[in-house]
Write a protein that binds this ligand. Structure first.
Ligand code: NAD
Length: 536
């Protein structure tokens, strides 16, 4: 029986040709189907390839009794019920790399359009005018380009900026010096240093807890008068209200926006009236070439997954070949222990992790490879876009960032199913560990030298404080005042009256200000909030 593949959402023909070339496949190409019709038909297909229009819902996946692979010709997988796909063992594959050049080229098009008033010039000409005197522009040459996030797109922009004679600086605490050297980019040690120097500021990071509102009112105020700001990454990295205020008071010469906190932009959004803001409807990846690239990438990966069981491109297929029921909790624990360690180190100012060492109890030693990948994935959460991390690519992603991964010699004594992750960054080093005993929920049992006992779920708040009476009460009251419900509260100390550490598991996502509220309390020294994302 042939393997049936549904191709929908007008995936580029170059990709579809790859699938049609395989004799074992029967390809059914349909425009975007109404949800009810798709639900009706989904039971016949072994794979579906689409873009973002078709919603791959939980209900659809549960009806898809033959489905093995969902391919997304593009990056975002917001339209796919990933948890359910994982639960059902359906691989989800995306195509993250094909867009880079499209975004980098658009960056220069849009920035030059802003600096040379191209849209106004064009509109006035079409209006029958000849307004040369009002169209005095400025040049890129000699200007300082400040890039936040020297990943694929940031690097592609840096390369091209040299051709324009720009001076290129960047802030990205998560990439090594080699990439800066290779791109001839000067590393700024802090965001503040970058802001002080940049005349064109552009962000190219994922949207994470750390980058949400990264360019806020205080950041914009640091920019030189007459600077311009570009956001082609994700809505929310630049704070819209702060940007408007900075434009209104004439501090900035303009902005370019391709992405918005809420898309599509509807009605008379305030930015629509600003002539010094180039507004684009999220067209960064909208080139024929990029659409071809992502279609070919996605279709090739779906083909390999169906024909050869190759899940190396799958976002959620990492448990293939492992016993999900027994190893799943241990993978989750390794991933979350690493996420906790990274967040704690980051709050101590140590962001560039140099090594990750995993120790496992005897029963887990044979799965050390998968557990190391899970820990690497946890370390990358909040640094790399979640859609890009899976247990198969996590190790190579971490290694590419200069992180040395190791499985510590010898068994780990506390428990046969114990796990300990140690991260080192410069002078800082921290271990976080726990136990994933069979038939029990995994527990975190160690943070640094402190013994704790808490389930790594939802959101954890890790506090350090002086061991004096009254702290727990003050913390409890502050959290209650912030409307936060405590699920578990574990207080630990090394010696009476010394340093103490509390791990608080809370329901849902805490309000953004909760960390500041806690650190402002008497005797509280630090507070780190870790929101667990995705599954292992
Ligand atoms: P990438 O993963 O290759 O690079 C992201 C970089 O950001 C990494 O080097 C990472 O170290 C860095 N980073 C993460 N957190 C940071 C922080 N707090 N401070 C400084 N740097 C940080 O990703 P990419 O392919 O270059 O994509 C960058 C962004 O562009 C993503 O948000 C992506 O969704 C977006 N994008 C937009 C469009 C569009 O249509 N406008 C198209 C493609 C990609």
């Amino acid at each position: 029986m042939p393997l049936k593949i549904l191709v929908t959402d007008e995936v580029d023909a170059e990709g579809v040709t790859l699938l049609r070339a395989v004799p074992e496949f029967e390809v059914d190409e349909q425009p975007t189907l109404p949800a009810s019709e798709l639900l009706e038909r989904i039971g016949q297909y072994d794979a579906i390839v689409g873009r973002s229009a078709t919603k791959i819902t939980a209900a659809l996946l549960r009806r898809a009794t033959r489905l093995k692979v969902v391919g997304r010709a593009g990056v975002g997988v917001d339209n796919i019920a990933m948890d359910v796909a994982t639960e059902l063992g359906i691989a989800v594959i995306n195509a993250p790399a094909g867009n880079t050049v499209a975004v980098a080229e658009l960056f220069f098009g849009a920035v030059i359009s802003l600096l040379r008033h191209l849209t106004r010039a064009d509109a006035s000409m079409h209006d029958g005018r000849w307004d040369r005197s009002e169209l005095l522009g400025t040049e890129l040459r000699g200007k300082t380009l400040g890039i936040v996030g020297l990943g694929r797109i940031g690097s592609a922009i840096a390369q091209r900026a040299h051709a324009f004679g720009m001076e290129v600086i960047a802030y990205d605490p998560y990439v090594g010096d080699e990439r800066f050297a290779a791109q001839r980019v000067r590393r700024e040690p802090t965001l503040e240093a970058l802001l002080d120097a940049a005349q064109v500021l552009t962000v190219h990071t994922p949207l994470t807890d750390e980058t949400t509102g990264l360019v806020d009112a205080a950041a914009l105020a640091r920019l030189r008068t007459g600077a311009i700001v570009v956001n082609m990454a994700r809505g929310g990295i630049v704070d819209d209200d702060a940007l408007r205020a900075a434009l209104d008071r004439g501090h900035l010469a303009g902005a370019v926006l391709d992405v918005y906190a809420k898309e599509p932009l509807t009605g008379d959004h305030p930015f629509r009236g600003y002539t010094d803001v180039v507004l684009l409807p999220h067209i960064g990846a909208s080139t024929a070439e990029a659409q071809q690239n992502v279609a070919v990438d996605a279709c090739a990966a779906v083909r390999d997954a169906l024909l050869n069981g190759d899940l190396s491109r799958s976002l959620n297929g990492a448990l293939a070949g492992e016993d999900a029921a027994t190893l799943g909790p241990a993978l989750l624990l390794a991933r979350r222990a690493a996420a906790v360690a990274r967040a704690l180190l980051a709050d101590r100012g140590a962001t560039a992790v140099e090594s990750l060492t995993l120790k496992t109890g005897d029963d887990l030693t044979s799965s050390a490879g998968a557990l190391l990948a899970a820990a690497a994935a946890g370390m990358l959460e909040g640094v790399v876009e979640l859609e890009r991390i899976n247990l198969i690519n996590a190790r190579s992603l971490a290694t590419a960032r200069g992180v040395v991964l190791a499985h510590g010699e010898g068994g780990f004594a506390p428990h046969s199913r114990a796990i300990e992750v140690r991260l080192s960054a410069g002078a800082h080093s921290l271990r976080v560990g726990g136990v994933a005993a069979l038939d029990f929920t995994p527990r975190l049992t160690r943070i640094g030298d402190f013994h704790v006992d808490v389930a790594p779920r939802g959101t954890l708040v890790v506090l350090t404080n002086h061991d004096v009476p009254g702290v727990i009460g003050r913390v409890g009251t502050a959290l209650a005042d912030a409307g936060v419900n405590i699920a578990e509260y574990h207080q630990a100390r090394l010696a009476a009256g010394g340093e103490a550490l509390a791990v608080i598991s809370i329901d849902g996502a805490p309000p953004a200000h909760v960390r500041n509220t806690l650190t402002a309390l008497r005797d509280v020294r630090s507070a780190t909030v870790v929101r667990f994302e995705g599954g292992a």
